[in-house]
Design a protein around this ligand. Sequence first.
Ligand code: EPZ
Length: 416
Amino acid sequence: MDKIEIIGGVKLSGEVTISGAKNAVLPLMTAAILSSGENIIRNVPNLRDVMTMGKLLAHLGFGFHLEDNQILLQTKKITSIEAPYDFVKTMRASVLVLGPLLARTGRAKVSLPGGCAIGARPINLHIMGLEKMGAKITLSEGYIEASAKRLKGATIYFDIPTVTGTENLMMAAALADGTTILENAAREPEVVDLANALISMGADIQGAGTSSIKINGVNKLRPLDYTVIPDRIETATFIAAAAITRGDVKIKGGRPEHLEAVINKIKEAGVRVVQKNDKLIVKGPERLSSIDIKTMPHPGFPTDMQAQFMALMAIADGTSLITESIFENRFMHVAELKRMGADIKVEGSTATVKGVESLTGAPVMATDLRASASLVVAGLAAHGTTVIDRVYHLDRGYEKIEEKLRMLGAKIRRVK
Ligand code: EPZ
């Protein structure tokens, strides 16, 4: 199991380029199921989750090839309509094959994802929507078995905005008979990216990015040839790394318009963020100020940045309240940050973070993707050496993070 070792205290400086968005490329890969032919996806990040999705698509009979940040997906023939438990348990985004398989073949057998480190993460809203569109769905032996001669357009109301639920149903509706309206839909930039990709394939979709999306089903879609948006959470993670080390970093290729809530909050904490052409210039202050955050669906503060932000607040001047309103168990980084000297108290969905002068390096353990990013951010500023175990979590969502940080001057290395 690889580990990452960081000797903290270096002010980051220089330029870093942002990779393609993990949470955009995964639904784009499953959107290719809706067409039959040679699909190309560009600006793809080389991540474990992308490889896992590629293996799942290969299991369905498709040709998958990833080279030089480009995916070739040959979706002419399908030899299986089943997403086995082994894939779904390692990556719950595998459920994104459900809508497209049902729309293309009229059948799908997908393992229920089961819980994950950050919460139960049910998919009841995905299932509710597909049933509204006429799918017959049974649950047996941990699998969802879905069938529908042809899905029919319907009006679907989400109790809560669900990102992959919105994506699954948007893909299913693209080939359905009639019009589908998704109410209280997720507004994340990755949802908009998927809608733009589907439209480039011939889909008829309006309103992506708002909470009401209208999809007029069509009979056929062309193969995909699409370039993925940059990863806003990677961008925000590098902003946090520059901020916590009093650094002066140029971040190339990010989209600040996808990160307004994060940039507003990071400025409130005393960080200078200036946009110059396609670069974000981030300057960390001598001492960060404590501010409160509450995670919300987009355009609110993203839950995927909560852990990294907590690392910043751990050495800020004052006390900050961090409320996690999306997932029920997304504070596993707290225990690890406390091993590094942070003063954090969790009560229900709120963590009270009392800023300390500095953190001290320690052996810590990654528990989930963003928790591991939080430990990297903390390690960059901590006095002494931090060794992070179980970095496979980090490799799921960050392309070459230690190389990118080393280019910015960090003393960081991967230990086999
Ligand atoms: C997506 O997960 C992202 N993953 C997550 O990123 C992200 O944290 C999350 O959205 C929230 O922004 C991908 O896009 C691949 P949800 P998703 O459905 O779609 C509840 C990362 O670190 N819910 O928007 O699974 C659910 O339990 C990952 O990159 C239901 O109750 O999240 C949660 O409390 C982690 N029933 C809330 O809604 C459902 O049917 C939001 O979940 C669906 C969701």
